[in-house]
Design a protein around this ligand. Structure first.
Ligand code: NDP
Length: 291
């Protein structure tokens, strides 16, 4: 919930716009792009995320296949499946849902995915492409944030962007995308000294930490655009558990625009997965990725 004067940057309309563009591009391809999602085990959150992604793919006019493997699947079997999917020209996007069970090492699996089918953008080749300013499949949450800013007409070029959080899923790739979009970028993290002084310098402040209400009004410059990526489960005064972001609701009285949690960045992530899958299919067809 937000209070105050900041414009609410709602996720769903921006996500729908991303999906509409992806659907239109998909319709122009000889066959609908095919997204394959691999899930290992029955982690309830992963089951729910994968179901949501497959459903959205169908709505966007994409094909999707889910491989649900048992928890005890050996790493070698998972790698063999990835190799089969890499070799299949009818598969355009491959997503291995994280986290994997503890007996499977994440890195070799992510690195086994064909970079041109790596719709999660976590393969080191895509990370390298992103940071060297070349076309890349970028992780869905940061790419979704860029799409959201574009949707709401928030200019990035020349602005001071502060990102709190340096994970490989959100903070780091977002820094690369912001740099590519000509922002001046600062990345802060748990060892940053005087965080408030740095966040106050931001025209666009992104909180991707996972600490409820870490960003308080005194940490935000008047008129800044604030993007709240955090998803934190907290128990409210009513004794019920609910979701809240990394940004304190009173920031709405200082910021010019603010994304809500839930209903802000979250919907952009799944929408961007569809856009990435279409991009992967287009690039595989033209052989252009990375060129
Ligand atoms: P990680 O835990 O991987 O990274 C958190 C980052 O925050 C780290 O870089 C850490 O620093 C930094 N950090 C921790 N405490 C502080 C602090 N007190 N001050 C400054 N920096 C701090 O999280 P993720 O990036 O994966 O996710 C961040 C949040 O975004 C989570 O709430 C997650 O649920 C949410 N999320 C939401 C998505 C969506 O679709 N809306 C998608 C992905 C994530 P250090 O590196 O030094 O440890």
């Amino acid at each position: 919930m937000t209070t105050g004067t900041a414009t609410r940057l709602a996720g769903p309309p921006a996500a729908e716009a991303v999906i509409a563009t992806a659907s239109a591009q998909a319709a122009g391809l000889p066959t609908p792009p095919h997204l394959v999602i691999v899930r290992v085990g029955d982690d309830p959150a992963s089951v729910s995320y994968v179901r949501g992604k497959a459903k959205k793919a169908g709505e966007a006019g994409l094909r999707s296949t889910v491989h649900a493997l048992p928890e005890a699947t050996p790493q070698a079997d998972l790698l063999a499946l990835v190799a089969t999917l890499n070799a299949d020209p009818d598969v355009h996007g491959i997503l291995v849902q994280l986290p994997l069970p503890a007996h499977i090492a994440e890195e070799p699996v992510l690195e086994a995915i064909d970079p041109d089918k790596d719709v999660d953008g976590l393969h080191p080749v895509n990370v390298g492409r992103l940071w060297s300013g070349r076309p890349a499949l970028a992780p869905c949450t940061p790419a979704g944030i860029m799409a959201m800013l574009a949707h709401y007409g928030v200019a990035v070029a020349g602005r001071r962007v502060v990102i709190v959080g340096r994970s490989r899923l959100v903070g780091r790739p977002l820094a690369g995308l912001m740099l590519a979009a000509d922002a001046t970028v600062t990345v802060a993290h748990s060892r940053t000294r005087d965080l408030a002084a740095i966040t106050r310098s931001a025209d666009i402040l992104v909180a991707a930490v996972g600490r409820a209400h870490l960003i308080t009004p005194d940490m935000v410059a008047p008129g800044a655009v604030v993007i709240d990526v955090g998803i934190n489960r907290v128990v409210g005064e009513d004794g019920k558990s609910h979701l809240t972001g990394d940004v304190h609701p009173h920031v709405a009285a200082v910021a010019s625009a603010l994304t809500p949690v839930p209903g802000g960045v979250g919907p952009m992530t799944v929408a961007q997965l569809m856009a990435n899958t279409v991009q992967a299919a287009e690039r595989q067809r033209s052989g252009a990725l990375g060129e």
